[in-house]
Ligand binder design. Structure first.
Ligand code: SAM
Length: 268
């Protein structure tokens, strides 16, 4: 660790904003690395773009969590997006992100299409009257701090289902399916009880030291049925350029990998 820019406690969590020798500017919450400058694009592009292209031309997007603003940055790349609402429980953390992480979120918070709501994601989902095309759930891990845990339940996904449009898509980060298979499988099954199409995919994030898994669910289009060409066409039409890892061919390969990665097992 080269430099500690901030270390303190908000009402909800322990926050450290540091610069690592190799990974650069990084956010740590309750001792767990959330994102680093060197590889956050892997995590955030893999989180956001499969859901956005599965919808095809999302006009309104809800982000739950995502305090750093990087998920918001990815969503705002799309020409079709008219409104992006980011709901994070921790207002102090969002202020710290604005202050210290600007060169990575590229001032997404100031985009006129973006609004930030400081509220528990579950409470917001219960209260809002708005309908969204895509919902992106970017929370602390399902086996992490208590504040995020109730946002991985079947009940929560039912609530999301009713606030998404006919072509609605939802995606959540689901932690590490290798070390915590029961959490990952629980999320997958909870979504399967609610949505017609559900897929899981994973990608290696070096600073996490594991492959992070995601679960994506859609009302009317199977994300795994899309060809690479179809995905690339949508990215072109939407004016999405300069991505570091995501493309049509990555989309295809993510969706083809086994949904549940092998986990520890001592049986033959
Ligand atoms: N990339 C991350 C990882 O490695 O797990 C997750 C991104 S992000 C920093 C997690 C965010 O979820 C934090 O900003 C935290 O404040 C927010 N959060 C946790 N519980 C929440 C809740 N119940 N409602 C809204 N936001 C929540």
């Amino acid at each position: 660790m080269k430099e500690i820019l901030y270390r303190g406690r908000t009402k909800y969590q322990e926050v450290e904003i540091v610069v690592f020798e190799e990974y650069g500017l990084s956010l740590i919450l309750d001792g767990l690395v959330q994102s680093t400058e060197a590889d956050e694009a892997i995590y955030h592009e893999a989180l956001v773009h499969p859901a956005m292209v599965t919808h095809g031309s999302p006009g309104s997007v809800l982000i739950i969590g995502g305090g750093e603003g990087y998920t918001l940055r990815e969503v705002l790349r799309y020409r079709s997006v008219r409104r992006a609402v980011m709901v994070d429980i921790d207002g102090e953390l969002v202020e710290l992100a604005k202050k210290y992480l600007g060169r990575i979120h590229r001032n997404s918070f100031n985009d006129p299409r973006a609004s930030v709501v400081i509220m528990d994601g579950l409470e917001y989902v219960e209260k809002t009257k708005e309908i969204f095309d895509v919902v992106i759930v970017d929370l602390t891990d399902p086996y992490g701090p208590e504040i995020g845990r109730k946002l991985y339940t079947e009940d929560f996904y039912r609530k999301l289902y009713s606030l998404t449009s006919d072509k609605g898509v939802v995606v959540t980060q689901a932690g590490c399916s290798f070390y915590y298979p029961e959490y990952y499988q629980g999320i997958f099954k909870n979504m399967e009880r609610v949505y017609r199409y559900v897929r899981g995919y994973s990608i290696w994030v070096p600073s996490f030291g594991y492959a992070v898994s995601y679960v994506i669910a859609s009302k009317n289009r199977d994300p795994g049925s899309m060809s690479g060409d179809e995905v690339d066409k949508i990215l072109r039409e939407e004016g999405v350029e300069g991505l570091k890892i995501y493309s049509g061919s990555l989309h295809e390969s993510l969706m083809k990998a086994p949904a549940i990665l092998p986990s520890f097992s001592t049986s033959p």
